[in-house]
Design a protein around this ligand. Structure first.
Ligand SMILES: Cc1ncc(COP(=O)(O)O)c(C=O)c1O
Length: 379
């Protein structure tokens, strides 16, 4: 069977390779996965069950249930100061993943360049390649606390790109960007006419103040697509629900792909998401408070061990420097000798070398045990 060149061009995920090793072992504490250890709030699960009991098992509108789009619009307005029309400017998708994929395909012509701020979520580069585009890595620097700057965009030649994709709060570094950091990036995008694809799926998991979306800056709403979803803040990964916020022509284009490829996002999950927005903000607050406790614990333990780590202020990751020069060798030795799994930073692209991604979406007791094991390993 012939497999397309686009597919052959993309290697299997580096995270998976590492976790296949871990799966073969007993007594492994995984600090590797980007998945909340919490269960989705009960009220949202009940809404899903209720929708099934009422026989709500048909497709919804392609763009998602109108009630849900209204709730998303309300939430974006109150939480992130973003105003979007539920009819024209919101698309509900099967996870943020589907929205991201639809955006690459909606905006890329063959050979178009998409600048990818790195280290970054592992799906962007393959997504651009699958869409026929050319990914352009833009390595962020630890000296800038892994924030995207106009300088690194210039150094990478991003003015030639059609679009820029990034995520803040960031996976894998835990970095966040406040308004003053976003301004120069927005100016760069305006000057060079870039479409900005802003993955804000970790927006609710910001620990150093409120999240700012680049779409709220002057002249940015019309050139930005914002991605968000329910997987992270609501611990609803398996329900597969996300969305995009963008000007009408962008949503129309993405919806054209979505309506043929997906038809509509899962109906049961849409009921759960509607309930999550209406009733679960206390659950989100509680999970965020627990993540914050874990974040501070992990950062302080690394500091005690003399492991350099900038202060991650978002998502549920920290990104320490590897105690050994070869981060992959360190991660493998740590896994084999003490059963602690982390992901080598180079898996996330340029700028990630020499680091490790440590997820604290794991209970405090396990984190404590993992940190003790790492300390003992280093002695
Ligand atoms: C930055 C980022 N965007 C998107 C996703 C995927 O989200 P979803 O489950 O909504 O498809 C992830 C999952 O790890 C992520 O880290």
């Amino acid at each position: 069977m012939k497999i397309s060149e686009r597919v052959n061009q993309v290697p299997p995920s580096g995270i998976r390779r590492f976790f296949e090793l871990a799966e073969e072992m007993d007594d492994v504490i995984s600090l590797g996965v980007g998945e909340p250890d919490f269960t989705a709030p009960w009220s949202a699960r009940e809404a899903a069950i209720d929708s099934l009991e009422r026989g709500k098992t048909s497709y919804t509108a392609n763009r998602g249930m109108r009630e849900l789009r209204e709730a998303i619009a309300g939430r974006a307005a109150t939480e992130y100061d973003l105003d979007y029309d539920p009819d024209e400017e919101i698309l509900v998708t099967a996870g943020a993943s589907e929205a991201i994929d639809a955006a690459f395909r909606a905006f890329c012509d063959p050979g178009d360049t998409v600048a990818v701020a790195q280290p970054s979520y592992v799906s962007y580069v393959p997504g651009v390649v699958f869409a026929g585009g050319e990914p352009l890595p833009v390595p962020t620097r630890e000296a800038d606390e892994f924030r995207l700057t106009a300088e690194v965009l210039r150094e990478a030649g991003a003015e030639e790109a059609e679009a820029l994709v990034y995520c803040y709060p960031n996976n894998p570094t835990g970095a966040t960007m406040r308004e003053e950091h976003l301004e120069p990036v927005a100016a760069f995008a305006r000057e060079h006419d870039l479409t900005v694809l802003a993955d804000e799926i970790y927006a609710d998991l910001t620990y150093d103040g409120d999240h700012t979306s680049i779409a709220t800056l002057p002249g940015m709403r019309e050139r930005t697509v914002v991605f968000n979803g329910f997987s992270k803040a609501y611990a609803m990964t398996g329900l597969r629900l996300g969305y995009a916020l963008a000007p009408p022509e962008a949503i129309q284009a993405m919806n054209r792909i979505h309506q043929y490829g997906m038809l509509s996002a899962p109906t049961t999950a849409q009921y759960a998401a509607l309930d999550a927005l209406e009733h679960c903000s206390d659950d989100v607050q509680e999970m965020r408070a627990q993540y914050d406790r874990r974040r501070r614990f992990v950062l302080s333990r690394f500091a005690e061990m003399g492991i350099e780590c900038f202060e991650a202020t978002g998502a549920f990751y920290v990104f320490p420097e590897s105690p050994w020069e070869d981060a992959e060798a360190f991660a493998e030795a740590l896994l084999e000798e003490c059963g602690v799994a982390m992901v080598p930073g180079d898996v996330f692209g340029a700028g990630g070398e020499g680091h490790l991604r440590v997820s604290y979406a794991t209970g405090l007791n396990e984190l404590r045990e993992a940190m003790d094991r790492i300390e003992a390993f280093l002695e």
